[in-house]
Design a binder for this molecule. Structure first.
Ligand SMILES: N[C@@H](CCC(=O)N[C@@H](CS)C(=O)NCC(=O)O)C(=O)O
Length: 232
């Protein structure tokens, strides 16, 4: 049995982590049976981040490495029908989602004081006192340090969301009026794309994202389509 270690479901989504949602979506696309193990402590994971998988007595970190392992083991390839050019586009699209736009989403939750209180309360509000008071601050400090080191938090909020708006426009243009990023059926990038686009379009909490994504209704429709298909 494949064991998936990820955060508890929250914010009205199967997961508030785009990487956890990506991996669980891929498992569902593949139709592989798995068991969820929810934790809120990524420090237990091999690289200190979630998701991770336990399979064949191995603990595998990183959503991409987990998918690669299962792809080879079960001979599953959702990109078989893509041309070499589309495979290259898929690779670039993944970098845009996971190595760039993701950090703006992280920033909006942990480092932008306008949205932090509601995010904090949604995530930690039900914990007992005094954990409810102390834990969010400790994690927030770490996230802010990470975002400084990575560079996003060195910019003004306006600049962070201006960069993000460009990324969102690119995603919308690449998707166009297709059902999935590379046509009528999902390919591997759709797990990653849904993981992040769901965070930006499907959560109703106060955030900077509604005006950023509103000009691109195909993105929300896409997230709804993926949710309906894999998490009905
Ligand atoms: N490249 C990793 C990224 C995983 C990642 O950044 N996970 C975040 C949640 S979205 C995490 O566990 N953060 C906890 C921390 O940094 O302490 C993957 O694809 O799995």
């Amino acid at each position: 049995m494949i064991e998936l270690y990820q955060f508890h479901p929250s914010l009205g989504l199967p997961n508030m982590s785009s990487f956890c949602l990506k991996l669980e979506t891929w498992l569902r696309m593949a139709g592989l049976p798995y068991e969820n193990h929810y934790t809120n402590d990524p420090r237990e994971a091999p690289l200190g981040k979630l998701p991770s998988l336990k399979v064949d007595n191995r603990l595998i970190p990183d959503s991409t490495l987990c998918i690669d392992y299962l792809k080879h083991k079960h001979d599953i390839d959702f990109d078989r029908h893509l041309t070499p050019e589309q495979k290259a586009q898929s690779h670039v699209l993944k970098a845009l989602l996971e190595d760039r736009l993701y950090f703006a989403a992280l920033y909006s939750r942990w480092a932008d004081g306008r949205y932090w209180p509601q995010f904090r309360d949604s995530l930690f509000g039900k914990l007992p006192f005094p954990v409810r008071k102390v834990l969010p601050q400790v994690i927030q400090q770490k996230m802010k340090r990470d975002l400084q080191g990575q560079g996003t938090a060195k910019h003004s909020p306006e600049q962070v969301y201006a960069f993000a708006s460009q990324d969102v426009a690119v995603l919308s243009a690449l998707l166009g009026d297709k059902a999935y990023f590379f046509g009528d059926e999902p390919s591997e990038i759709d797990a990653s794309a849904f993981g992040l686009i769901a965070q930006l379009t499907l959560i109703t909490d106060n955030s900077p994202w509604p005006p950023i994504v509103a000009p691109y209704p195909n993105l929300r429709a896409y997230a709804e389509r993926m949710r309906q298909r894999y998490f009905p």
